[in-house]
Design a binder for this molecule. Structure first.
Ligand code: NAD
Ligand code: MG
Length: 382
């Protein structure tokens, strides 16, 4: 994108953490981008402010109940407004070159697929979609010639150093270890939502912060990486790297290992996808290696963090296993954040739901949604 040919962009999930970083970058270089549509779930005031600030053409609230507030906040602005889940899908259908998928959870699946089906460039943060329906989604990407640009910092790092077709020995995903990296199981049993969302390196939405504390986030990322780069589970390694400076690595057959480094600021990977295949300036701090002084690495502990084992098993089983895992995890994390269950109950509910719903082949999106709904009902009952 340049000032002669501004890139048209849409942000799904504009009011969230990734959404806010995207808005920040767009508002710094308005001449290079034309904002087509922005969406959010419930925060009408927040979305209205973003829509005005970016000069969007269309704004949609997923939650019908919040639509009147959006309509009132944008009256007289000339910005088209709409409400309901279909309105978010309609936002994705509008003709933007580039669509940021920053909705949290499998709720983002239909909107993302809508952007994929019109062959758009899709900046992809919403990892739950790939975990829920990975094989189907990647099929649609190929069929419609869409471009998936990974936003998740690890996958963005791999994407930046990935040579398609080259002999890869393994992918190495780095993990910060989360806020409970050194906690015992006894301590974790008493962990509160406030402790779980206090991430040492990254400021993120509540759901992914809890996933980082259970290491489920790294497990979801393992599944995400396997689909994005077509690499099997046994060729993806995870290493704990508490400083979050090396964002991930590719180990090639000849022994060369390529990594991408940077300060832990999501605007770096988001900017890479916004300007792709070029690069743009960001206000992010320069990496000061002498100040960081050291980079540490340690193996993850599967005993304290069973999510890593559960996600590897799901990936090996294939079919609906990861759909069930993701749905049960979404329900359990919401219950934990609402104070209804303890921290260690999250993994118990996920494991139990997986045991109750045997993995089966899935051929259609309707089957994926049916299994997702069944897993949610089961997990909610637990
Ligand atoms: P967030 O909770 O801060 O924001 C979520 C956004 O989705 C909000 O705009 C919200 O209004 C919208 N939303 C929520 N439920 C919705 C629904 N049912 N329908 C439509 N819209 C809905 O989350 P986040 O931290 O920005 O994360 C977004 C996604 O990006 C997640 O999948 C997360 O795993 C991934 N991700 C986030 C980060 C990060 O630094 N925050 C890093 C890597 C990946
Ligand atoms: Mg990540």
């Amino acid at each position: 994108p340049s000032s002669d040919h501004p890139r048209s962009v849409t942000i799904l999930g504009a009011t969230g953490s990734v959404g806010a970083s995207t808005v920040d970058l767009l508002s710094r270089t308005p001449e290079r981008f034309q904002v087509e549509a922005v969406t959010a779930n419930q925060d009408a005031e927040g979305l209205a402010k973003i829509a005005r600030q970016l000069g969007a053409r269309y704004a949609a609230m997923a939650d019908e109940a919040a639509y009147p507030a959006l309509k009132a906040a944008l009256s007289g602005s000339g910005i088209e407004v709409a409400g309901g889940a279909e309105a978010v899908v309609a936002a994705a259908a509008r003709p933007a070159d580039w669509v940021m998928g920053a909705i949290v959870g499998a709720a983002g699946l239909l909107p993302i697929l809508t952007a994929i089906r019109r062959g758009a460039m899709v900046a992809f943060a919403n990892k739950e979609c790939l975990v829920c329906a990975g094989a189907l989604m990647m099929d649609e990407v190929r069929r419609h010639g869409a471009t998936l640009l990974p936003v998740d910092s690890e996958h963005n790092a791999i994407f930046q150093v990935f040579q398609p077709g080259a002999a890869v020995r393994r992918l190495i995903l780095t993990a910060s270890g989360g806020p409970f990296r050194e906690w015992s199981r006894e301590q974790m049993a008493t962990a509160t939502p406030a402790q779980a969302v206090a991430h040492p390196n990254w400021s993120m939405g509540a759901k992914i912060s809890v996933d980082s504390a259970t290491l489920m986030n790294k497990g979801l990322e393992l599944i995400e990486a396997s689909h994005l780069f077509a690499i099997p589970e046994d060729k993806i390694e995870i290493v704990v790297h508490p400083q979050s400076v090396i964002h991930s690595l590719v180990d090639y057959a000849d022994g060369s290992v390529l990594a991408q480094l940077g300060v832990p600021d999501m605007r770096v990977p988001i900017a890479y996808t916004l300007a792709w295949p070029e690069r743009m300036e960001t206000p992010c701090a320069a990496l000061d290696l002498a100040k960081i002084a050291r980079l540490d690495f340690q193996p993850p502990d599967p005993e304290r963090f069973p999510a890593l084992r559960l996600t590897r098993e799901c990936l090996r089983q294939g079919g609906s296993a990861a759909t069930v895992l993701n749905a049960a995890n979404e329900v359990a994390v919401a219950a934990f954040l609402a104070g209804k269950i303890g921290f260690l109950d999250i993994e118990r509910i996920v494991e139990h739901t997986l045991a109750m719903i045997p993995a089966q082949a899935v051929a259609t999106l309707a089957e994926v949604f049916a299994i997702d709904a069944e897993a949610r009902r089961y997990a909610a009952a637990l």
